[in-house]
Design a protein around this ligand. Structure first.
Ligand code: PEP
Ligand code: MN
Length: 374
């Protein structure tokens, strides 16, 4: 059961105390509090776990701070939408807002290789008005002899340059809980010049112990990538692991599915499920066209498949784009063949904008052609 409090309820108010004390006095019920940060207001949600079937919805609805009560289904208890389209969503992190209605672009390096490339990337982002990026320091590689990422040694210059070029959020994959401490220590030492969104890759999505540890911290939001060989339901349950441990600031990322039928792409592009994830859960949905497509192939007019896949995800309502760029892809140590060039950044951003505007126009059509729901 989710108890949604009146907007902007102050936790030191009498109304809150009375409500909180009542909920905590219920027998065999455990409570968990979460603040949903909308663009204009914050909403406190209190989740009730345990023997909730025996509770009276009406008795809770009359408590002074309560706006409404939603009975939830067994699945995705915290992150799920539970057939209630009004359940709000979203969080702010380091000055950037994430929800199911807006769009953030994370263009950057798949893997940090050297300081010069990081600086060129960040400079290009700033010149194009971007405040988010991706930077891989810890790389999970299929081949044990492949470059594994520079790890903590690159963090000082990555964070310093992020500060220099006003980057507010870096999506950075972690493959072990110790990496969070390394990131946290490096940021702390440097006075937190930027923020980090912890990325859990497709290979680690069912590393439940890692999910639990990352879910127990609230400092950093999480970008969780769909498992490339498991069902959507299994991947969404993995996201719920993070929320059930306390961190519901999760963005869910589609990155293509592994199948021999994906050719000519690296993975089967699965961006058609963007709307389904928004229907099933309240998480903002990210698309990763680079790891889905995996090449720089283009159509006869010259529009790259990566651009097309991005547009397909954005026109379906995606809320975040994670995309590989590199100043010199031939020299890239990881995934060079799928990287876009810095010269392509302005056109990429404009192309995304066209798809986003088309999505917004499609939403407006709903009002123009309003039909009674059936
Ligand atoms: C990545 O984003 O660099 C990556 C390794 O992605 P995935 O986990 O989707 O393979
Ligand atoms: Mn990669």
């Amino acid at each position: 059961m989710i108890v949604i409090l009146n907007p902007n309820t102050d936790e030191s108010s009498e109304e809150f105390k009375e409500t909180w004390d009542y909920l905590n006095s219920l027998e065999n019920i455990r409570t968990q509090k979460h603040i949903v940060q909308g663009k204009f207001q914050s909403l406190t949600e209190i989740y009730l776990f345990g023997d909730t079937a025996a509770l009276s919805k009406e008795a809770i609805e009359v408590l002074p701070a309560v706006d409404r009560v939603v009975r939830i289904s067994q699945e995705y208890r915290i992150l799920g939408r539970h057939k209630d389209n009004k359940l709000s969503t979203g969080f702010n992190y380091n000055g950037v807002h994430f929800d199911q209605d807006n769009l953030n672009i994370f263009a950057g390096l798949c893997a940090v290789d050297n300081k010069e490339h990081v600086e060129k990337m960040m400079k290009a982002l700033k010149e194009n008005g971007q405040v988010c990026t991706r930077m891989g320091a810890y790389k999970p590689r299929t081949n044990p002899y492949s470059f594994q990422g520079h790890g903590k040694t690159c963090l000082p210059y990555v964070f310093e340059l992020a500060g220099k070029y006003s980057i507010k959020v870096i999506a950075m994959e972690i493959t072990h809980e110790s990496h969070v401490d390394e990131i946290d220590n490096a940021l702390e030492k440097m006075g937190r010049p930027t923020g980090v969104m912890l990325q859990i890759g497709t290979r680690n999505i069912q590393n439940f112990e890692l999910l639990k540890v990352i879910g127990r911290q609230n400092e950093y939001p999480v970008l969780l990538k769909r498992g490339f060989g498991i069902t959507l339901n299994e991947s969404l349950n993995a996201a719920e692991y993070l929320a059930s441990e306390g961190n519901a600031n999760v963005v869910f990322c589609l990155r293509g599915m592994k199948t021999s039928f994906s050719e000519p792409h690296r993975n089967m592009v699965d961006f058609s499920v963007v709307p389904a994830i928004k229907r099933l859960t309240r998480m903002p949905v990210c698309i990763d066209p680079s790891h889905s497509v995996g090449s720089r192939e283009a159509d006869p007019k010259g529009i790259l498949d990566v651009f097309h896949a991005t547009a397909q995800g954005v026109i379906a309502g995606a809320n975040m784009v994670l995309v590989d760029f590199h100043p010199n892809p031939v020299k890239a140590l990881v995934d060079g063949p799928q990287a876009l060039l810095l010269e392509e950044l302005p056109r990429f951003l404009e192309d995304v904008q066209i798809a986003r505007e088309a999505y917004e126009k499609r939403v407006k059509l709903l009002d123009k052609y309003k039909v009674k729901s059936v």
